[in-house]
Design a protein around this ligand. Structure first.
Ligand code: GTQ
Length: 346
């Protein structure tokens, strides 16, 4: 290859002067500049600087609660009307009132999924990561890359990226669970792939007693014991892998215990979260709004809202939560209320 110095000067294509603007002979006012620039898809930043550089986080989503007794009848009726072959996944998405699907928060997707006895939600796999919290029903199972995991109330089951998965059910009555996925990320990063398996079910064997525990499934009994062993009226435990690492690069599940008549410490973070009430009654203050909740309800907290949970006077409260902390941390965006920005300098 010729070195730059050996290129004959006469053949250089780079002009030594800037191009003159023949199309716009007079740019006498800023309006001329703005109009002219827009024709070449260039737009001034300065009038809308604060939109892109807001002083504090500005989530589009708002706090919201989905009451189980209000949503469940629609899901159960959909279970009767929408046949297995007509819905790859029979899910009611929990859509934030300020946005469309798949946004439950700006970064999290939640949905309630129902499977009837003798049905199969067919095998597929995808880039997205999924968490399932089992709400009700008996005899359900989800098969994850060759292992058939029974679904029991309160269990958290992971579907890691690219694992083949299908869901099924024996026994009577429907199986209902809360799905948590990182689907909003794939609107932002349009890089999602899905594959469908050639048969309805991916070959799977039943797991032995306790197999996959702490890796792919987290039984409620174990988490409840762990929460009860924590000191104090309010306890938080994350679901983590045996080596202490996050279960996913994107989503972080956790559970909380709040003793009757007590409350959590107020929190404010750059993560958003979806909460589901496992047991008990109470309310949350999210910024200045109060949200009353009870067993089965699901509610969301956008990033940077200040929130605090209060257990009712009668019963210990247990909450399940998933948030986007692993993803937010990995990107270097994690911050919580009270952190000094000097401490964030890298
Ligand atoms: O069960 O695989 O709620 O792929 C959304 C997308 C569930 C699933 C959802 C999915 C699934």
């Amino acid at each position: 290859m010729a070195s730059p110095s050996s290129i004959p000067k006469a053949k250089m294509l780079v002009p030594n002067t800037l191009p003159t603007n023949n199309a716009e002979p007079s740019l006498s006012t800023i309006q001329d500049v703005i109009e002219g620039a827009s024709k070449v898809n260039a737009v001034p930043l300065w009038p809308q600087m604060v939109k892109y550089n807001p002083p504090v986080p500005n989530p589009r989503c708002v706090p919201h609660i989905w009451r189980y007794e209000e949503v469940r009848p629609y899901l159960v009726r959909a279970g009767e009307l929408v046949k297995e072959k007509d819905a790859e996944r029979r899910v009611l998405m929990l859509v934030n009132p300020e946005r469309e699907g798949p946004y439950t928060t700006d970064t999290l997707y939640a949905g309630l999924q129902l499977v009837n006895p003798h049905e199969t939600a067919p095998a597929h796999r995808h880039t997205a990561f999924a968490l399932r919290f089992v709400i009700e029903g008996n005899g359900g199972y989800t098969s994850i890359h060759g292992r058939r995991i029974p679904m029991n109330r309160g269990d958290v089951i992971l579907t890691p990226t690219w694992n083949w998965h299908d869901h099924g059910k024996d026994g009577s009555g429907p199986m209902i669970w809360l799905d948590g996925l990182d689907l909003p990320s794939f609107i932002h990063f349009p890089v999602h792939f899905v594959e469908h398996y050639k048969e309805t079910r991916y070959p799977a064997r039943e797991v032995e007693n306790g197999e996959g525990e702490g890796e792919i499934v987290f039984a409620w009994g174990g988490m409840r014991r762990a929460l009860d062993e924590c000191p104090g009226p309010w306890a938080v435990r994350e679901y983590r892998k045996a080596d202490g690492s996050y279960v996913s690069k994107t989503l972080g599940p956790s559970a909380e215990r709040i003793d009757a008549g007590t409350s959590s410490t107020p929190r404010r973070e750059t993560v958003s979260s979806v909460y589901h009430v496992i047991e008990g009654k109470g309310h949350s203050n999210i910024n200045s709004d109060k949200f009353e909740w009870k067993q089965g309800d699901t509610f969301c907290i956008p990033s940077w809202y200040r929130y605090e949970h209060f257990a009712g006077p009668e019963q210990t409260v247990y909450l399940y939560r998933f948030d986007d902390r692993p993803m937010v941390e990995a990107l270097g965006f994690y911050r919580s209320g009270g952190m000094d920005s000097e401490s964030l300098v890298t």
